[in-house]
Structures are given as C-alpha cells and as structure tokens.
Write a protein that binds this ligand. Structure first.
Ligand SMILES: [Mg+2]
Length: 333
C-alpha cells in the first residue's frame, strides 16, 4: 500500500537520523564508548555536534526533509520557491547563524539567499551531503517514477547544492526511493535505480570535482555482499567508501549498510550508527530507503512510539505529512 510505504519512508528517515545521532566520527571510538549501538541513545557530552541531545532526537537531516515536505504539500509540488522557503525557514527556526547543526553548503547557500542573490547561483559550490540527507520526500512524491524523482531532486538541490556531484547524490536517493515504492520492488531494482539517478544527476548543475557516485554505490554494495563478520565489513566500508560529509561517501555508505541489513529498517540503523562518521546522515538516508521499501509495518511499533513521544519529531505531524504526500503523489501519477 502506498500510504504504508510513505509512512515507512518518513519514519525510516527519522529512525536512522536519531539512531545515528550519538555515534562518534570513528567506529573504534563509537564501539569503545557504547559497545554496539542497539537502541536510541543520548548524544555524548563530548560530541562535537550532538553533545547534550536526548535519546531519540532527530537532527537537521529529518528536520529539513520534513520542512521540504510541508512546503511541497503547501505549494502543490516540488518547486524552486518551495525549496527555498523550506530551507530558509528551517534555518531561521533553528537559529542557523549560531547553530552547530547547519552544514557548510547549506550555511553558505542560505546566507547568499538572504543577501538577495539569484538562487541559481547560491548553491553553485555546494558539494556536501545535505542535498541527499533531505531528499527522501522527493522520492516519496514519485512512486514508480524515477525520472520524475530525478528532475525534482535537481530542483531541491538548486538553492544550496547546485553542483553535479551533489545533484548526483541526491538524484540517486530520490530515484532509489521512487522505485522502492513499487509493491513488487526488489532490492536489486532499488540499487539499480540509485545508480541510474546518480548517473543522470551527474549531468546537471554546476560541473564540479568529485568521484562518481555511481561507482561508489557499486563499490559499497560489492563490499557489503562479500559477506563476513559485520564489524569487518563496516571497517572496510569506513576505510574504503568513507562516511565523511562528502556526498559521494555518504550515499555510497548508505547503500552499503542498506544491503548489509537486507533493507530491514532497524538493522540498517544499527549498522549505520556503528559505522560512525556522519552516521546520522548515512542512517537517515539508508533507513528512508529501507522504510519506503519495506513499509511502515517493518518498523517496530515501539520505535514509532518513541519517535512520536519526542517533541521535535511530534511538531512535524508526520502522519499528516504522509497524507499530504499521498494526495500529491496520486494526483501526479
Ligand atoms: Mg544530522
């Protein structure tokens, strides 16, 4: 059912984001501090970005994704104006100028937008993973329509991440989710859609330096499918694919943990969190795909209940967002 997949994508995004939030930048550091992360945990006090956050708290990834969903529903679809409105409103609401949570491309883009610059120029150097962390809703709006998802992923990137490498990463995720929405989707088809989206997205935007997202997805999937002890696979993903703010690394790693977990949302979150690095973003992306693929029924009820009980998550009224997305998705298909 479409609604179950939309809810799965939205709750999956939040599950991964909040689950990965407490992870440190390096797996050894995470494993030393926590052992093996198997639940929602608070941000450790010495964490550079997430120190002091309570367990089960979402971060910028889901807040921006849900803000985009609100704006696209209000505007009747994905437009440049709605994308700008959502990102600037989110930035102001979270005190962006002082906030630790704003990524480098988003900060540069929003500050240029506020100066009144042409939005087709404000993202011309944005090459980090913010483009992919918030794009899941674009995929949810295009069930079984990867080409439409790629076009709209491009639009969502323009204000802050208008580079070939960032659009490639965002288009990969949007296309993968669009195909994951099919009732008869297979994980192979989802991965293939991600690689197709990456390839087409790479032709768009300001030509920018960076390796191929398509090849990095392929590399991560191959590492994940080699089999073996999960910690050894994750160490290889961390060392070879990478989990930094680079969108090429983030998107590749997300497909790696997705395949390791066979797209089970909770298991995907466990692998992504323990993989460390920009874990909340890798996990948010991977779990959004997993949730859209498996549907809301694959996310344990107590996880959804914990998210619903968090005031920041509750403030986005995710079940209402799912209704709005379903309305739009069935109108345009
Ligand atoms: Mg984050």
């Amino acid at each position: 059912m479409l609604k179950d997949k939309i809810l799965g994508g939205l709750y999956g995004q939040a599950l991964g984001d909040a689950w990965g939030m407490p992870a440190y930048f390096d797996p050894d550091q995470t494993w030393k501090a926590y052992g093996w992360i198997e639940d929602f945990l608070p941000g450790p006090d010495d964490h550079e970005v997430h120190g002091g956050l309570p367990a089960c708290r979402i971060t910028d990834d889901s807040e921006q994704a849900f803000s985009l969903a609100q704006a696209y529903i209000a505007h009747g679809g994905v437009t440049l104006e709605a994308s700008i409105e959502a990102i600037v409103a989110w930035y102001d609401r979270t005190g962006g100028d002082q906030s630790r949570y704003v990524g480098p491309s988003t900060r540069r883009g929003v500050q240029a937008l506020k100066r009144g610059d042409d939005p087709y120029t404000t993202g011309r150097m944005g090459d980090t993973n913010g483009a992919a962390m918030r794009v899941s809703v674009v995929g949810l709006l295009h069930p079984n329509d990867p080409m439409g998802a790629i076009e709209d992923a491009h639009i969502s990137c323009i204000p802050t991440h208008n580079t070939s490498v960032a659009i490639s990463g965002a288009a990969a995720i949007a296309a993968a989710i669009a195909v994951a929405m099919r009732d008869d989707a297979t994980l192979d088809a989802v991965i293939a859609a991600g690689m197709l989206g990456a390839e087409i997205g790479r032709q768009k935007g300001n030509p920018w330096l960076g390796p191929s997202v398509t090849r990095r997805i392929e590399m991560a999937v191959n590492i994940a499918r080699k089999g073996g002890e999960p910690r050894a696979i994750m160490r290889e993903l961390y060392d070879v694919v990478g989990t930094s703010l680079s969108i090429v690394e983030t998107v590749g790693a997300a497909f790696g943990v997705l395949v390791m977990a066979d797209a089970d949302p909770r298991q995907t979150a466990i692998y992504a969190a323990n993989l460390s690095g920009d874990a909340d973003t890798v996990a948010a992306i991977a779990c959004a795909i997993a949730g859209a693929y498996r549907g809301i029924g694959a996310i344990p009820q107590e996880i959804c209940a914990k998210l619903d009980a968090d005031p920041i998550f509750a403030d986005y009224h995710v079940p209402q967002l799912a209704e709005g997305i379903e309305r739009l998705a069935t109108k345009s298909s």
